[in-house]
Design a protein around this ligand. Structure first.
Ligand code: ADP
Ligand code: MG
Length: 292
């Protein structure tokens, strides 16, 4: 049976915009010593915009942008949506229908158009060495600015780099600072590149970051944090975060996240309100004191 103190804490939480799917999660939250955060859509707004397009001069920017948008229009990734929006705003012309298309979660997309193979995605997806060499190390430069690089590869040659920037939520710093003041260790986990992750981790004040994480590596990272720190929470919004949310002692989903994340999580932040996490921890500590 559920204790009156637990019930009252759950209802206080709900009033404050924090939904607990059971009393046990409130109890666990009181003992959390480290919290892992997904980057895109959690610490950042998850709505990246195209900032620069670097192209091989055999092509025009319009050709590249239209083609990339044609392929990305078949992906649900926030980067894909941003590229499609950019093409619409800049050219507003119909897109081409690829003959075949494959969305590789955590990497990018491949497509076939007129017997040409296209590969669009992160450096490791098109070839790290060539990516680094593209246009006098432009990749390094944009990554240092916290931007994400999407490469366009035609058959065997990289022909463009599209740079996108996603802004850190205004509340992220405050949320992280509050947790740190309460002695909680904060880590950002992302599929994005090392340099971009480094830049965003500085902007959001997290103690540590783990970059280049495929969904399986997000799970492995949460397991490692559990070994090191004990009780660990994970905050995320995407389908690719669901396994890590399930692995953490307390899985916390952003209220505007995907259905899978919301279903998997133990706690839901109804208004994406990250600073509420510190409040929820205090609430759970108070409750535990009453029960004991
Ligand atoms: P995150 O953990 O930051 O939310 P993901 O795991 O979804 O990122 O993806 C990791 C990386 O793979 C992205 O940063 C991006 O570089 C690349 N990527 C994934 N899907 C796409 C896509 N549809 N188009 C271009 N790049 C993609
Ligand atoms: Mg995300």
């Amino acid at each position: 049976s559920i204790m009156p103190a637990t019930l009252s804490a759950i209802s206080n939480g709900a009033r404050a915009g924090i939904l607990f799917k059971g009393g046990v999660h409130l109890e666990n939250l009181a003992h959390v010593s480290a919290i892992a955060f997904d980057k895109t859509g959690t610490l950042t707004k998850g709505k990246p915009v195209v900032t620069d397009v670097f192209i091989d001069n055999k092509f025009t920017e319009k050709e590249i942008v239209q083609l990339t948008a044609s392929i990305e229009s078949h992906s649900n990734h926030p980067l894909a949506k941003a590229i499609v929006r950019y093409a619409e705003q800049k050219y507003n012309e119909p897109l081409t229908q690829p003959e075949s298309i494959q969305d590789n979660s955590g990497w990018g997309v491949t497509a076939k158009i007129n017997n040409t193979e296209w590969r669009i995605g992160k450096a490791a997806f098109v070839g790290e060495k060539e990516a680094i060499a593209f246009q006098n190390k432009i990749y390094e430069q944009i990554s240092n600015e916290g931007k994400t690089a999407v490469f366009v590869k035609k058959d065997t040659e990289i022909i463009a780099l599209i740079a996108l920037k996603d802004v850190v939520r205004e509340e992220s710093k405050e949320a992280i600072d509050r947790l740190k003041q309460n002695g909680i260790y904060t880590v950002m986990i992302t599929g994005d590149s090392e340099k971009t992750a480094n830049a965003i981790s500085k902007e959001s004040h997290v103690d540590e970051y783990i970059a280049e994480c495929l969904p399986e590596k997000k799970v492995a990272s949460v397991k490692e944090l559990k070994e090191k720190y004990g009780i660990v929470a994970m905050v995320g919004d995407g389908i690719n975060d669901a396994p890590a949310l399930a692995t953490a002692n307390v899985g916390i989903a952003m209220g505007e996240g995907t259905d899978v994340a919301l279903e998997t999580a133990d706690v839901v932040l109804m208004k994406n309100d990250l600073p509420r996490i510190a409040e929820a921890i205090q609430l759970s500590k108070r409750m535990n004191r009453i029960i004991k």
